[in-house]
Design a protein around this ligand. Structure first.
Ligand code: RM4
Ligand code: MN
Length: 388
């Protein structure tokens, strides 16, 4: 068992980034069920993200998605975030929701469409300059549905060229996070389907290009912590998009489907001493709350990450290493399981009280009056939605 003061200190500095889109309405391709009180603007999303930070104390930034969060004045948005106790985090580019992108964006066979996509990515870097954001997150819906539809190698060449153009535009303190996803919306070939493809591109670009691991973007049964360990070892893990999956890219609350997997991932992060902000890992949520209320779902998600992290911090590293050296399979596994089976909720409640927070963030939010206030205030206008 590790020193509890050290465990608490590590948890206090662990930061989790919220996605602006989690506060808007979302659904499947079958139906979006609207909820009352949903933000209509990026400003209102910022207010809601501020609430999550207010009750958890560890979610001081909100990622934006462009153009969903398009505003006239990004410096003003950054100031507004500051007024609500948070900052604007990662800028997510969106080159998948325009008719032009039917056959892809940066990999599209038509150079005109590629230029348009690259121009958007460069605009996103301008936004980063205005908001003071460190990271540009790139996820491409590019791929093909049918064998022969396009040339796989040529698409990689186009991708490399576009990435290099954007990489050259980054300032020294800015990074490019390259995300991968196994399939969807393309079903035959995806241009960045896995961490290997992402890593190859990042290595060709330079140190400011890093891989981002979205936990929902793998085949069932994939050992994600192995990928995390390898990327950390190579100094190429830029961050996470945390969420849970049962089947595909479900975007459910992190730690809901497989809290043990989250624990194993956090163990690799801690093993690499990458939990602290200086470790350079962006711990982001990438989720949609289709049927559950959004702000408490974000609070719950942050708590789920904290719980998995606390358990991983409780692993007795010396006992584990000793058992591994001795080849004692059962003792090594027991060192992991003892930590995992510890109820860390009292420890986290104590930690929150020490930081002047309510020990039960969801209950405190429910009592705060904010849920009723947004329902009463946010009448009229168009509720924000995934894709708007
Ligand atoms: C993608 C990917 C991106 C996210 C969008 C909404 O599947 O996970 O990170 O921004 O969805
Ligand atoms: Mn993602």
């Amino acid at each position: 068992m590790r020193d509890l003061t050290a465990v608490k200190a590590a948890l206090k500095q662990h930061e989790i980034e919220l996605p602006s889109w989690a506060f808007g309405n979302s659904g499947t391709r079958f139906k979006v069920f609207g909820q009352p009180g949903v933000p209509r603007t990026p400003w209102e999303k910022t207010e809601d993200a501020g609430q999550v930070h207010r009750f958890t104390g560890v979610a001081p930034s909100m990622a934006v998605h462009i153009p969903w969060d398009k505003v006239d004045d990004y410096q003003a948005l950054a100031r507004y975030a500051g007024d609500h106790g948070i900052r604007i985090g990662t800028v997510n580019a969106n080159v998948f929701q325009d008719d032009d992108y039917k056959l892809g964006s940066v990999c599209h066979p038509d150079p005109r469409v590629r230029r348009k996509a690259v121009a958007h990515l460069l605009d996103c870097v301008d936004i980063m300059d205005a908001t003071g954001s460190r990271d540009l997150k790139l996820w491409f819906a590019d791929g093909t549905n049918y064998p022969g539809q396009d040339d796989i190698r040529a698409r990689q060449d186009r991708l490399a060229e576009a990435l290099a153009t954007v990489y050259d535009r980054l300032a020294e303190n800015q990074r490019m996070l390259v995300e991968y996803k196994l399939f969807e919306p393309s079903f035959y070939s995806t241009d960045i389907p896995d961490w290997g493809t992402s890593l190859l591109h990042c290595q060709a670009l330079g140190d400011q290009a890093q891989v981002v691991v979205d936990t929902g973007h793998h085949a069932p049964g994939t050992n994600i912590e192995f990928i995390v360990a390898l990327l950390l070892r190579a100094g190429r893990l830029g961050g996470f998009d945390f969420n849970s999956r049962f089947y595909a890219d479900d975007d459910l609350m992190v730690g809901a489907a497989d809290p043990f997997q989250l624990f194993r991932i956090m163990h690799e992060v801690i093993r690499a001493d990458a939990l602290r902000p200086a470790g350079g890992i962006a711990f982001m949520l990438d989720q949609c709350h289709n049927i559950e209320p959004k702000i408490p779902a974000q609070i719950r998600s942050v708590m789920n990450v904290q719980e998995a992290t606390a358990k991983a911090l409780l692993i007795d590293a010396d006992t584990l290493a000793e058992a591994q050296r001795a080849g004692d399979v059962l003792a090594a596994n027991a060192a992991m399981m003892d930590a995992y089976n510890t109820d860390v909720r009292p420890l986290l409640a104590e930690l929150r009280e020490e930081s002047g927070l309510d020990p039960d963030p969801v209950a405190a939010y429910r009592r705060s009056g904010y849920p009723e206030k947004i329902v009463a205030d946010r009448v009229g206008g168009t509720p924000a939605s995934w894709g708007a």
